[in-house]
Design a binder for this molecule. Structure first.
Ligand code: ADP
Ligand code: ZN
Ligand code: ZN
Length: 801
């Protein structure tokens, strides 16, 4: 028998199954979806079995070395999904298989240099110093080069051996059980000297509880140590063995169990429709639209309950940042041990064990971030994506997939519905719901029947005219002080991303935009120029405002640290917690700061994006947004949409409970529709406005996009390759496709590599993948050389930089 194996070598030439003979010993254990170790050239590497055949045309076919799994790690469905993913994203099949699995199932490769001759030349003997083997690190640290190694291998002194190991580790514990029947134990106690009290107590323990018990627990209970236990094990009175256990990241944590409350009319309607599709096994897609607190999560949970009752399984995706202890609490409280949780704060071992609970069918529900969409369930009944508009559902490196697309694909395979939930759906999804491709479910009311907090828009231009040059308006300052007096808390939000790239007049609020694209131009400091990264139009940085001639035109640049300093000067008695990438780098720091804030150990929480979601504190009655424009002026056609989403989201942080909340939004463009409409929570009107703009400028959801980013240490090379690619696409794609560029990326240089882009806007280009693949093949050799060319293709990009 022959196994078809996808090998762990991500290149174009190896992007196909290779044939290996299955040795006799493995013929009964090997299965599709298992990991194997195979010889490949001089090396041994990891591979995945994707099929079997009776015979092969390959001459001198090699045998596979080892089978690593007893249960397949990939189901046949996931193998098909991997193939689909590879063609959708133009990635290697192997990368797509690996993206579906926990890190620890990837291979660890070891290279060693072995002595195969007793007497080595002197210089080598000095290096080996009598030992038989050197690690490749030891070899590299020596003064010898690769050509020396090759010569000594050819001369028969040395051999290079490769070893491959799986990184997985299983956690084992020691378990103790009695070595005799309970009745005999009493007699044994009598045989132990009276002064050995602890030994007696250890045996006595099993008289009442003869079941095996973890050693740790036993010693804890009897309050003793190995010193007392070991003699008993030696005599055979007690026995020990080791047992594999799954790590539980929530060990020691008790979850209060909850039962489902009766649903409101709207909730019930939504759930009935979803459950109807579950029962009829129809892959319908629902868009559940409802503001924060409208009861979406309760609809998810009760729908999942129906799915479980049918003996099926459910995947619930939430953005990483929203996977808070509160969220886990709710799911564990409702579904108990039926839930696995997958998110990045878990250790690699914990993630693996959570994943194995799914693989072993110990659980039926997974709550997790993006990659949980690949949970190896075999009997999916429902997939839910909460906060579906979140861009973190798109993977931004290697296999550039969107979890929503994968969800739809899996749903069609399993015949199960998908529910997309959000208070501010993406334009793409809402447009599909409007067209009837998705089914729209609305939850128009908040559960606590409280209105959303009122939003005050503060025009920062007026502040400047009144002589206030600080970044805090009079109104915000007064409100912060008021909270301090009342012992209530405030959250201040600052968006840092892209903060320093756009240029604005502080006098009139005018932002310099590209005359051809209606997108803010990007400031490139080293040349003192403004560039449009869509069409490459550029001009020098103006010295005065083209609108009002004021000289206060400048680019924006302020970090959270600076804001904290200013704030402290402004309100010296305030206790401030700053949360940004710098203060949360250490593991667990995020939770610690939030707990501190929750315990009222600070008055003001100041932070970036990361505080926008999930946090739910009853004492927060004021939310301030320092510079609403910073997101609005990103060189991104989704800037307005992101601004609307973010403002809606941060506003939802105030007045979550009994106390009423208030929101202050500082802006230089209070008339912009996304800011205006966010302040009145009017999603539908925002949708209409934004759709006009998208239509006019040919953006999604009216057009699809493909973004190719070329980088090279030489700026001319990068530009030239991009130009050729753009030209090739122009020649081959249909008349209706628009090919833009080459244009410098807004992040023009990263790591001394220059980056250029070309963007395709299109309605339908069935052959596009083929042409892009040809481009990649054409440049493959140039891309391999060190420091050479790199081309990244992103279909339906979310990050345009
Ligand atoms: P969302 O997910 O839209 O933010 P949730 O499902 O979290 O909304 O609901 C908001 C609050 O209302 C939660 O505290 C939840 O427990 C409660 N809740 C939701 N549905 C009901 C219901 N039918 N009866 C009573 N309380 C509910
Ligand atoms: Zn101006
Ligand atoms: Zn432009």
């Amino acid at each position: 028998m022959i196994a078809k194996v996808i090998v762990d070598v991500p290149t174009n030439q190896t992007n196909r199954p290779f044939d290996y003979l299955i040795p006799e010993e493995f013929t009964h254990v090997i299965d599709i979806g298992m990991r194997v170790i195979v010889p490949f050239g001089p090396r041994k590497i990891l591979g995945y079995v994707v099929g079997f055949e009776e015979r092969t045309d390959v001459e001198k076919v090699k045998s596979l070395e080892e089978v690593l799994d007893v249960t397949p790690v990939l189901t046949p469905e996931l193998l098909r999904l991997g193939k689909w993913l590879a063609s959708r994203t133009l990635s290697f099949y192997i990368s797509c298989l690996q993206v579906m699995l926990p890190q620890v199932l990837k291979a660890k490769y070891k290279k060693e240099i072995w002595r195969i001759e007793e007497h080595l030349p002197e210089e080598l003997e000095n290096l080996f110093q009598g030992s038989d083997v050197l690690t490749s690190e030891e070899w590299e640290a020596s003064s010898f080069k690769y050509h020396h190694l090759k010569k000594w291998v050819d001369d028969g002194y040395l051999d290079v051996r490769y070893e491959v190991k799986s990184k997985e580790t299983k956690r084992k514990i020691t378990v103790i059980e009695p070595g005799a029947e309970p009745v005999r134990l009493e007699e044994l106690i009598a045989e132990i000297p009276a002064q050995a009290k602890k030994q007696r107590a250890l045996i006595d323990f099993f008289v009442d509880y003869p079941d095996p018990i973890p050693k740790k627990d036993l010693l804890n209970f009897v309050k003793t140590t190995d010193a007392s236990l070991n003699p008993l094990l030696k005599k055979g009175y007690l026995q020990s063995y080791s047992q594999e256990i799954l790590r539980d990241p929530y060990e020691g944590h008790t979850f209060t169990s909850t039962s489902p409350p009766p649903l409101t009319r709207y909730q019930q309607q939504a759930m009935d429709e979803i459950v109807d599709s579950v029962k009829n096994e129809k892959p319908d897609v629902y868009l559940l639209h409802g503001v924060t607190g409208s009861g979406k999560t309760e609809v998810y949970m009760q729908s999942i309950q129906e799915v479980l009752a049918r003996g099926e399984e459910a995947i619930m995706l939430v953005p990483e940042i929203a996977l808070t202890p509160q969220m886990v609490e709710r799911f564990k409280g409702r579904f108990g041990s039926k839930v696995a949780v997958l998110h990045s704060a878990l250790s690699a071992g914990e993630k693996y064990d959570e994943w194995r609970k799914i693989q072993r069918r110990d659980v039926q529900v997974v709550v997790g971030a993006r990659s949980a969409i690949f949970a190896p369930f075999r009997n999916l009944g429902l997939i839910i994506i909460d906060e579906e508009h979140e861009t973190s559902y798109k993977q931004e490196d290697r296999t550039r997939y969107h979890a929503r697309d994968v969800a739809l694909k899996r749903a069609s395979e399993h015949g199960c519905p998908v529910v997309l939930g959000s208070a501010t759906p993406s334009l793409e999804s809402f447009a599909r719901a409007q067209k009837g491709n998705y089914r729209l479910l609305e939850l128009p009311e908040r559960m606590n029947e409280q209105a959303m907090p009122t939003v005050e828009l503060v025009d920062m231009r007026d502040e400047l005219h009144e002589g206030n040059r600080s970044m805090f308006s009079q109104s915000l300052k007064a409100k912060l002080e008021e909270r301090l007096q009342k012992g209530e808390q405030s959250v201040l939000f600052l968006n840092r991303r892209g903060y320093s790239t756009f240029v604005m007049c502080r006098d009139c609020g005018h932002v310099v935009e590209c005359p051809y694209c209606d997108i803010s131009m990007t400031y490139h400091r080293n040349q003192e120029r403004l560039k449009c990264h869509y069409c490459s139009f550029e001009k020098p940085m103006p010295s005065k405002c083209p609108e009002c001639e004021s000289k206060t035109i400048r680019y924006f640049g302020t970090g959270t640290q600076k804001v904290e300093e200013h704030l402290q000067q402004l309100i010296p008695e305030a206790r401030i917690i700053r949360m940004d990438v710098d203060t949360t780098r250490r593991k667990g720091a995020h939770e610690k700061l939030l707990t501190k804030f929750g315990n009222n150990e600070a008055d003001i929480l100041l932070g970036t994006q990361m505080i926008a979601k999930g946090l739910d504190f009853g004492n927060v009655t004021l939310v301030g947004v320092l510079a609403a424009d910073s997101l609005l002026n990103l060189p991104d056609f989704r800037a307005s949409e992101k601004t609307f989403q973010l403002l809606t989201q941060v506003s939802g942080r105030a007045g979550r409970h009994e106390k009423e909340g208030e929101v202050v939004v500082q802006t230089y463009t209070p008339d912009h529709y996304s800011i205006q409409l966010a302040s009145t929570y009017d999603f539908n009107r925002f949708y209409e406005e934004e759709m006009k703009y998208r239509k006019m400028f040919h953006y999604p959801p009216f057009y699809y996009l493909t973004l190719l980013t070329v980088s090279h240490p030489n700026t001319f090379q990068a530009q030239e390759v991009t130009r050729k690619i753009a030209q090739y696409l122009k020649q081959n794609l249909s008349e209706t496709a628009e090919v833009l560029g080459p244009t410098p990326s807004p992040l023009e240089r990263i790591n001394n590599r220059y980056r250029y882009q070309t963007m395709v806007k299109y309605k339908s280009e069935p052959d596009q993948q083929k042409y892009v693949q040809r481009i990649m093949n054409y440049y493959e050799s140039e891309m391999k050389e060190q420091n050479g060319l790199q081309i990244i293709v992103d279909f339906q990009p979310y990050q345009l930089m």
